[in-house]
Design a protein around this ligand. Structure first.
Ligand code: FAD
Length: 440
């Protein structure tokens, strides 16, 4: 059954960091914005089978699972809140100056290293062990409002997510449609005229003067392929990681904040940091590493994440199925990082460290700036934009959220500055009756 929804100036597909930021800024400047978000309902927890069924976990290479979030807020509701500034030169090479957009984002968001009282004992021990080996292991900036944290604990509302941006977008008149999966972009005479989307088995057409795909590094190239842009999805990165684990005589606190300290080895192409994974992931990793003797040691296990900058490789097909291989250079980067992490764990007092299988968490680089996307983030047609991790122009290996927020702010500025971009005759609308996003 097909139906046509009311039209908007701008349709934003996806409510992750990039989508929420561009939607909020455009709505605030007076554009009629509609956000289509596939996610709805309560989060499903960390059961791997459930995540696989929901396609929030997907196998992307033999034995390698990729995690992503198909929820209102995208990755911002499950991420570890580490804020790493964008490599500005990488974007400037393609005519994209993110510096003032980044300033805007940093002025608005919390992004500071944890206060001493919030650094857990295991994280501190790992940091001291790293420093004792001469590594520049330092507290990492976190997107956590630490003024809300007391007695070493941070309440859920202290942890930044895009829900605040979405709430503001709605206040400025945006309509947030949840449980709506965009299928393809519709074109007429070479211009995007809207999106075909499915909600509860009903196919609807959402019309708009401009379409922004912010559905993430896997879904955006799949939507583009469905829309006839076949080159999308040829090659991607996923920043794979392994977790090196070891028993320590001190107990881990139940609510440890992951990635509170670490360091980047840009030359060797990896980063190391402390991390805590849920108990079921810990048991699966420990079992896979053939260490049944450690299965009951969750509370005394220190974990170091080794995340590498992998090469662009493989393909994402039109059904959103990614597949790739990890070549010798990727394996070498991982091996160097794992060796270093083992040394840090030993310096911290751990006996026989062991290593998890590969996991991936940052899919991107699948609709690359400079190849398929220009400095307006336009792709295929001037009024079709891609604004998410897909457009990152090359191998990555960094926490990407701050970069993606800056990209969203950058695109909103480009569009509001361009005379005919978003119906500038309109004055900012009054608050809409749309419901606030769940959890906001
Ligand atoms: C465990 C974990 C920890 C992480 N920790 C960090 C960290 O500490 N720091 C950091 O910077 N990054 C971290 N990341 C990565 C970060 O979360 C993502 O890179 C980031 O959220 C990507 O943003 P995005 O805007 O590209 O898309 P996403 O956040 O993926 O958002 C895409 C949105 O589009 C929606 N969508 C998808 N398909 C459709 C469709 N067809 N129609 C409608 N909607 C659709 C999705 O539901 C989602 O809401 C972590 C990731 C994981 C998995």
């Amino acid at each position: 059954m097909a139906d046509t929804a009311p039209s908007a100036d701008v349709l934003v597909v996806g409510s992750g960091p990039a989508g929420a930021m561009v939607a909020r800024d455009l709505a605030r400047s007076g554009a009629r914005v509609a956000i289509l978000e596939q996610g709805s309902g309560p989060p499903p927890g960390t059961n791997l089978l459930k995540l696989l069924r929901r396609r929030e976990a997907m196998q992307i290479a033999p034995g390698v699972v990729l995690l992503r979030s198909l929820r209102v807020g995208g990755g911002s509701v499950t991420f570890y809140h580490t804020a790493t500034p964008p490599p500005l030169a990488m974007f400037a090479r393609h005519g994209v100056d993110l510096s003032s957009a980044l300033d805007q984002v940093l002025a608005e968001l919390p992004h500071a290293p944890l206060h001493d009282g919030l650094m857990a004992s295991v994280s501190t021990r790992l940091m001291q062990a790293g420093q004792s080996l001469g590594l520049p292991w330092q507290p990492l900036p976190k997107m956590i409002d630490q003024s809300r944290c007391h007695d070493g604990n941070c309440p859920p509302e202290a942890f930044w997510s895009t829900h605040g941006l979405l709430q503001q977008a709605v206040k400025h008149g945006a309509h947030l449609h949840t449980g709506v999966q965009a299928l393809r972009v519709l074109f007429s005479q070479g211009k995007a005229i809207g999106v075909e989307a499915r909600s509860n088995d009903v196919v609807q057409t959402f019309r708009a003067d401009r379409v922004i795909l912010s559905a993430g590094g896997i879904a955006s190239p799949a939507i583009l392929q469905h829309s006839g842009v076949e080159q999308a999805g040829s090659g991607f990165f996923c920043d794979p990681l392994r977790i090196v684990m070891g028993h320590l005589p001190i107990a881990r606190a139940p609510q440890e904040i992951s990635m509170s300290a670490g360091y980047f080895n840009a030359d060797a192409g990896y980063m190391l940091s402390d991390i805590t994974v849920p108990g079921n992931f810990f048991r699966a990793f420990t079992w896979a590493a053939c260490r049944p003797d450690q299965l009951l040691s969750y509370g005394h296990t220190a974990m170091i994440m080794v995340k590498i900058r992998d090469d662009i490789d493989g393909r994402i097909d039109a059904h959103g199925r990614p597949w790739r291989r990890f070549g010798p250079a990727d394996r070498q980067r991982m091996q160097s990082g794992v060796t270093q992490a083992r040394a840090v764990l030993r310096a911290a007092g751990s006996g026989k460290p062991y290593v998890s299988p590969w996991v991936a968490a940052h899919p991107g680089g699948s609709v690359r700036l400079g190849e398929m996307v220009d400095e307006n983030l336009s792709c295929h047609s001037p009024n079709l934009h891609v604004c998410d991790a897909s457009v990152i122009p090359g191998s990555w290996g960094l926490p990407p959220t701050l970069t993606l927020l800056a990209l969203g702010a950058y695109l909103a500025r480009r569009l509001t500055q361009s005379a005919r971009a978003i119906a500038p005759h309109r004055t900012p609308p009054a608050a809409s009756s749309s419901p606030p996003p769940p959890g906001a």
